[in-house]
Ligand binder design. Structure first.
Ligand code: SF4
Ligand code: SF4
Ligand code: SF4
Length: 259
């Protein structure tokens, strides 16, 4: 059987999702029985062009925030049979998209001060806003076990399963005591699960790095957060951490209470 030719690419990102693959450590040799890595700059001494390989599957990490990102992702799409949005930046815009709410010029000025004119950057977009995406691996960073399952599914020609139940579902399966009963807050009721509710399991409320679950009850979510004392601004900040551009405006208004 031919091995699946896989490439890992990075746009605007912290490259933490690529590290999640390298952290599979004890499973890497097994994975490489089924998969041939054809490009992976972060884990390679190859000195040719990053985008000069054809792949069966391209894992694209990061959001599109520069002209270079846009040109790169179009080239990747042309050279790859399947494209996976790899992690929250690629899936949602992620933390990079916080700047969309401030405006490019204001964000550049704030970060780079007198050198801001040197920086060429555009509004942050998820990969799917520029090229068609076949599959998505959610999370910041992606979940290693889920990544391995994805790779094996793709290697045998199956469509990888995409979790749809909210974080609360897995949280209940773990028999965690809900953070709302311990004085905390959590976005788990409206966020897509698949992470085994890792944040609530360790006492931290979910901040939504896997994006909204399908058909989220945002009105109820807002009521729960309000009951715990969060005002519109606090809810907006919570939503914007990973989803500044990913939540449709009508849901965003309903969730935050802002008109
Ligand atoms: S999703 Fe998170 S870990 Fe992955 S590249 Fe973006 S910021 Fe880094
Ligand atoms: S802690 Fe969060 S994820 Fe867990 S049950 Fe409560 S709201 Fe849901
Ligand atoms: S609990 Fe929420 S913030 Fe934490 S990994 Fe899961 S989806 Fe992301």
């Amino acid at each position: 059987m031919n091995k699946l030719r896989v490439a890992f690419y990075s746009l605007t990102s912290c490259e933490g999702c690529q590290l999640a693959f390298l952290e599979c450590e004890d499973r890497l040799l097994d994975i490489l029985q089924q998969v041939e890595i054809v490009r992976f700059r972060e884990a390679s001494s190859y000195e040719g062009g990053e985008l000069d390989a054809d792949a069966d599957v391209a894992f694209v990490e990061g959001s599109v925030s520069t002209a270079h990102d846009e040109s790169a992702v179009r080239t990747i799409r042309m050279r790859s049979r399947r494209v996976v949005a790899f992690g929250a930046c690629a899936d949602l815009g992620g933390v990079n998209a916080i700047k969309n709410r401030q405006g490019n010029e204001a964000a550049k000025e704030r970060v780079y001060g007198p050198y801001s004119s040197w920086i060429h950057t555009s509004d942050v977009r998820p990969v799917s806003a520029v090229v068609p995406v076949d599959f998505t691996l959610h999370g910041c960073p992606v979940d290693k076990d889920e990544l391995v399952r994805y790779l094996y599914a793709l290697a045998v020609g199956r469509k990888p399963a995409d979790p749809t139940a909210p974080v609360c579902f897995e949280c209940k399966l773990r028999e965690n005591i809900c953070l709302f009963h311990k004085g905390g807050t959590c976005m788990g009721p409206v966020v897509r699960g698949g992470c085994r509710a890792i944040c609530p399991a360790y006492g931290a409320g979910c901040d939504g790095c896997r994006g909204l679950a399908p058909d989220p009850n945002v009105a109820l979510m807002r009521t729960l957060l309000r009951e715990k004392g969060l005002n519109s601004e606090a809810i907006r900040r919570r939503v914007d951490l990973f989803n500044a551009s990913a939540v449709p405006e009508d849901l965003r208004r309903e969730l935050t209470g802002y008109a």
